[in-house]
Design a binder for this molecule. Structure first.
Ligand code: DGY
Length: 328
């Protein structure tokens, strides 16, 4: 039942979802600053609230949960939830909601865009203009490569991976190979995609695009050993989570020309330092974790995050839940 339950809203989220909460009889507390709360600030405020609307910049770890075991629900504004200690929330009986699929189109666009941007050196070429280096037309300088018919490798062929593959097939007729722990027969059929082992994915991809969740198994899975196996002509794309690749190993692989280039929307740490060597590499394009950054996606995310809370208090159900066993 909704009865003046107090919700702590950790960032400025789009009005679409916040208005839904306002229409119900919730009591909303907003964190007004531009930066996320420190762990201490978050804990202090969450202690006298019943639920939390949070996102990936909020650290919901065991220390936090030990101090706030009273929370009725944690609603995450994101599809990824690696900032939340899910086993600990589950032990404490706290349901965790999230916002799957709301940003799939937007994130696939960013992966597709980064692929073209890296293959054609967009960011480097833009910088040459800013630096006053736009000289005469030079027939042999700073050449990229064409994507037509290149092999797309997807690591994590789920909602976003499928949309990236659809774009690559439609635009460039790219054959699709993928690696998942469990096969995705529907996507195989739709995309004529072939499941391959992780090593084959590394060896055969011209573009290798990462779309998996960050888990203990995927943390640093793209490391020196993995980059060594990739083609020297390959481009590595990561729009999922920064720690899935090991950044010093990626820098090393690019310097040694073990791979050709990279397109990153996620880094480790975030924000990336402005003197990071990746930012001055000709074949690398980096964005500041902007995958879901469309008005449409962010509105959908805020609505799903709000609905998770509203439904929970009205019906005891959380439409998009990470740990359903808590409510079973
Ligand atoms: C997510 O949803 O997990 C993205 O990284 C941020 O929108």
């Amino acid at each position: 039942m909704i009865d003046n339950q107090k919700i702590l809203i950790t960032r400025k989220y789009p009005a679409a979802g916040i208005n839904l909460l306002r229409q119900e009889r919730f009591c909303l507390t907003f964190w007004e600053k531009d930066r996320p709360m420190t762990p201490e600030e978050l804990t202090a405020r969450a202690k006298d609230h019943q639920s939390l609307l949070c996102t990936l910049t909020d650290r919901i770890d065991k220390r936090f949960l030990d101090q706030c075991p009273h929370l009725d629900i944690i609603s995450q504004f994101a599809v990824g939830y690696d900032n939340i200690d899910i086993p600990e929330a589950t032990r404490k009986g706290i349901p965790v909601g999230y916002t799957p699929d709301a940003m799939s189109e937007a994130t696939a666009d960013i992966a597709f865009g980064l692929m073209i941007a890296a293959a054609r050196k967009f960011f480097f070429l833009h910088k040459t203009i800013i630096n006053g280096q736009w000289g005469y037309f030079n027939p042999t300088a700073h050449l990229g490569f064409e994507l037509k018919g290149k092999t797309l490798g997807i690591f994590g062929l789920g909602r976003i991976g499928v949309k990236m593959a659809q774009r690559c097939k439609a635009a460039y007729d790219m054959p699709v190979i993928y690696h998942n722990r469990t096969r995705n027969p529907a996507a195989e059929k739709q995309l004529n995609a072939t499941w391959v082992s992780f090593d084959r994915l590394l060896e055969q991809s011209d573009i290798l695009s990462v779309h998996c969740a960050l888990t203990p198994e995927t943390r640093h899975i793209f490391n020196a050993r993995a980059f060594e196996k990739m083609k020297p002509s390959a481009v590595f794309i990561n729009t999922a989570r920064g720690p899935i690749h090991k950044e010093p190993d990626l820098i090393d692989a690019l310097n040694k020309k073990q791979i050709w280039g990279a397109g990153l929307d996620v880094t480790d740490p975030e924000p990336m330092a402005k003197d990071n060597p990746l930012l001055s590499m000709e074949n690398v394009c980096v964005l500041p974790h902007a995958g879901s950054g469309t008005m449409e996606a962010r509105d959908r995310m805020s609505v799903l995050a709000a609905e998770n809370i509203i439904e929970f208090y009205k019906t005891g159900r959380v439409p998009h839940i990470v740990n359903p066993e808590v409510l079973a």
